[in-house]
Design a protein around this ligand. Sequence first.
Ligand SMILES: N[C@@H](CCC(=O)N[C@@H](CS)C(=O)NCC(=O)O)C(=O)O
Ligand SMILES: [Fe+2]
Length: 357
Amino acid sequence: MLIFRQLIDPQSSTYTYLLGDSKSGEAILIDTVFEQTRRDAALLDELGLRLTCTVETHVHADHVTGAWLLKQRFGSDIALAKASGAVGADRYLVHGDQIAFGSRHLSVRATPGHTDGCLTFVLDNESMAFTGDCLLIRGSGRTDFQQGDPHVLYRSVHSQIFRLPEECLLYPAHDYRGLTVTSVGEERRFNPRLGGEIGEGDFAGYMDNMNLPHPRQIDIAVPANLRCGQPENEAVVLSEPTWAPLTYTFAGIWELSPQALEEAATNVQILDVREPAEFDGPLGHIHNAKLIPLGTLAKSADVLDRGRPVVAVCRSGGRSAQAVAILQKAGFDQVANLAGGMLRWRADGHPVVGGGE
Ligand SMILES: N[C@@H](CCC(=O)N[C@@H](CS)C(=O)NCC(=O)O)C(=O)O
Ligand SMILES: [Fe+2]
């Protein structure tokens, strides 16, 4: 079965696409964002997928790719257009290449015009295509920087994208209004820059007069993306929490296992957010846990020491996840949730104070 997810980076309005093959467990990511690497890694882990390759539709001007960082983590190949001029990739793609994931693949089409190295990726059965910044929903990529050329872009759209089946779904690299998907038939008819009877000269006239401000990140993003996202100073970016072996979840929460808590217990504050009757009830509580019921936490957070890590605990790990969010909002930066709460703590055989059925 095909696994497909559309993810957004709200800062740059960039869409990242996950495509996976459930049978083999292989997955690829299209157009990752450096700052979203943790999120993407968490999703891959939770879906049980193995990242084999990250692919870029082009050298982006508005955000830095996560390709290099994901390669450090998963050993995934980096792929982008040969015409991109980038260094540090494992595969340099040209028109007609295929990118496999399990039994599925994407076909590579060269669609220059926004940049020289712009590619569109078409799924094997032509049911979906990833157009990068060549064709946007009711729009198109701009042509006023990098190697932009409206004449080249017009021809790319008409010869490579508009000739796909009408019902082929199109997924762009960005949308600035929150729109998520379109189709070939729709854009052929309704794209206000490129659809209907609009000719190459009309399109060039439109594009040459857009007068858009340059992307805020362009001076940082383009040089970094020409290195496939490898930072100039590698040391600064890999700062993960070190006070315990934590896992970041796709839900956005740092967690630790009962075993990890037992090992870190002397260095952390254990915060139990259940009600007093539960704390002294049949499940018991963890030695040295401080009881602050969830409903009073926002007001009483100051009794905790901000200089020491906090691990939140409840019955099953649900309410304590909310406690983590409350503490983060209150400015605590070393906070994690005990995965599975007291239920898992006990099931894994860790000691409790009180309790008993
Ligand atoms: N305000 C955005 C501008 C982003 C931008 O210029 N995006 C390019 C893609 S790299 C584009 O083609 N935009 C088309 C448009 O805005 O119509 C930023 O600062 O990042
Ligand atoms: Fe772009």
